[in-house]
Structure formats: C-alpha cells, structure tokens
Design a protein around this ligand. Structure first.
Ligand code: TXA
Ligand code: MG
Length: 328
C-alpha cells in the first residue's frame, strides 16, 4: 500500500487534491467538525472506495459537501425549513436532508439508494478552498474506519485510514470536534436525525425567527439488529475498543476515567473533557480523549456525567452509542 501524503493547505496542495478527486481517488480533508474522507460524489467508483476504505455498510448514505447554498439547492429540493436553516447556519456544522432532484448528478451510491440527499456547506477555509476549486459535490463521511471514533486531527486519520488514502490535507485540529447536526427538511416538521455542532435550541430559534413552527421531531436510535430506515441511527456507532461506562462518579478498578468539570479524570492519563465544565471545550476534546483513553490499552473507559443541555445532548448521544452493547 502506498504511504499517505500529509500536506498543509496551499494553492499547490489544493490543486493536487482536485487532480486526485477528478481521477476518482480519495482525499481526506479538514472541516470545522471532523476530518472528512472525500471523493467525487458524482463518481460511483470513487464513492465505492470510501465504503471500502472505511469498511462501511453500504446502506449508510454519505453527505455531499458543496461550497455554497446555491450549489446545494441544485442537488436537493429547497423547502421553507431548508431555506430558514441554511440562511441561519450555512456555511457551518449543519447537514440538511432534502429530496434529491431528478437532475442531480450525485451518484446513487452516495445516497445509498435513498430518494433523499444529505447536503452540507462547511465553513472551514480549507474545505471551502477545496470545494470551490473542485466545483462539484464531494461525498465525505468522517475519515475513520466505520464504527470507530471520528477523527478530529490528522493523526487520527493517519492511524485509522493511512493505508487507504493517498492525500490528507492538514488543516490542524478541528475547531468543533463533533459532527454536524443533521436535520431532515422533507416533511412538514423538521426531524432531528443526529444532534451535533448546532444545538436543538439554536435550530428552534432560527425556525421561529423565520416565522416557522419551531417544533422539532427527533428520530429514535435503532437497535443494532434493525435495518436503519433513518440511516446513521445505529446504536453502537462510535465504539472505542474498550467498554465504556457513562456518568461515572469515581474511577473503578481497571478503568481509564475521563473527567468533566469538578469530577477529575483518573487512571494513567487523568483526562478531563473540560476542567471548567465548558461544553464547547468538552465537545472539541471528546473524540481525541476517547482515542487517547482507548490507546492506553485499558479494557474499560469511564466518563463523568455530562449535562444533557446544549452541546451536552450531542456529547451524550456519542457516549451512549460508544457505551451500547455491540454485536462482536
Ligand atoms: O460533520 C460531519 O457531518 C462530517 C463531516 C466530514 O462533514 N461527516 C460525517 O459523515 O459525520 P458520516 O458519514 O460519518 O455521517 C453522516 C450521517 C450518516 O449517519 C448517514 O446515515 C446520514 O448522515 N445521512 C447521510 N445522507 C443521508 C440521507 N440521505 N438520509 C438520511 N441520513 C443520511
Ligand atoms: Mg461517521
């Protein structure tokens, strides 16, 4: 296998990345949420390389990333909810699920055969440069092996996928570290498919400021055995190798414990998601601390209780999935 090339973002590296995308190869790139594993969304064989590299079940569709709102609404049908949310949060950590347009060139493999398409306009300057230069949608899941922890810096990508990706654009650590909030805009009420970088409260506020009903329905996570009708809802999805225990008050024997606020971390690393109890800081640290705790080789990880408000909802969602019993 070829070695991965890790290169800072520059005009030259963006041009090299575009060349690879055009020839159907994979490029890993930063966004403000997590690193993405990108391919030309209109090229099925390029997209297939993503599933292969991630060993990802093909029923799980991929988000198409574009540089602007206009480019997004060429691919999916705009709805009043989509107008309001895209005005409020794009570019940014929000993914909208829309009916795919008949004219959309996005490969059916990208949407895993669904009549709907997931669209995102990321804010990260490097991602924007890449998307503008490429000029077509880039399909990109998080750049991690399927079912593993999402990558919030280049080392996570190199360690997880270094053998199967040729080029990795280095944009430094991701500012948010939590994936985008996903909202299905195809019904009369918006449906929250995945909590993420934009809080449910902020979504409700944007809806009412646009004169729309702020009520949001929430998709329930499915059991592992069920076929995901709302994909991305597999319960055990963010699994570290170690078993994980939530809402820990103190370290139990054999655990690498990750603290939060006044509850200290314990074990070999004494990690704390945010000593001051700041949920934004905790979200940014979440995946890298789970990676670090997992890398100690400890069989058990515990995490202190995180409040379920604001970004805490998305953090607890990820932790619940990581803690869920899994079929292996
Ligand atoms: O922040 C993010 O969203 C990152 C960065 C790279 O953009 N991407 C990301 O992609 O987290 P991924 O593939 O790891 O998660 C995307 C989720 C999946 O759970 C998938 O099932 C869901 O989005 N999704 C994508 N298209 C969909 C569709 N048409 N209908 C329902 N769910 C969809
Ligand atoms: Mg992912």
């Amino acid at each position: 296998m070829a070695m991965i090339e890790v290169t800072p973002i520059s005009d030259a590296s963006i041009a090299a990345a575009v060349k690879r995308l055009k020839s159907g190869d994979l490029v890993a790139f930063p966004t403000e949420t997590v690193y993405g594993l990108g391919a030309d969304a209109t090229n099925a064989s390029a997209v297939a390389k993503i599933f292969a590299a991630k060993r990802r079940p093909e029923f799980n569709p991929l988000i198409s990333h574009v540089a602007s709102r206009d480019a997004a609404f060429e691919l999916g049908e705009e709805t009043p909810i989509a107008t309001a949310l895209s005005n409020a949060f794009w570019p940014g950590p929000l993914t909208l699920i829309l009916q795919r347009k008949a004219s959309s060139p996005v490969s059916i493999l990208t949407t895993a055969g669904l009549p709907k398409v997931g669209l995102r306009v990321p804010a990260h300057a490097g991602a924007q440069m890449l998307l503008e230069a490429f000029g077509k949608p880039v399909a990109a899941p998080s750049a991690n092996p399927s079912g593993k922890i999402s990558p919030s810096n280049v080392n996570h990508v190199v360690n997880g996928l270094g053998e199967s990706v040729g080029l990795l654009l280095d944009g430094g650590p991701c500012a948010s570290g939590l994936e985008s909030t996903i909202i299905d805009c195809t019904n009369s009420k918006p449906r929250l498919l995945r909590p993420g970088g934009i809080t449910r409260e902020a979504v409700a506020t944007a809806l009412s400021e646009a004169g729309l009903d702020p009520a949001i329905t929430v998709a329930k996570p499915l059991e592992n055995s069920e076929k995901p009708v709302a994909p991305g809802q597999l319960v055990s999805h963010y699994a570290p190798r170690a078993r994980l225990r939530m809402a820990a008050e103190a370290r139990q024997h054999g655990e690498e414990m990750i603290g939060f606020g006044p509850i200290h971390g314990a074990g070999s690393l004494r990690l704390n998601l945010s000593p001051s109890g700041n949920l934004i800081e905790a979200a940014a640290n979440l995946f890298s601390m789970l990676h670090a705790a997992d890398a100690t080789g400890s069989a058990y990880i515990s995490v202190a209780k995180i409040p379920d408000t604001g970004l805490g909802e998305a953090i607890n969602d990820r932790l619940r999935r990581a803690a869920a019993p899994r079929p292996d």
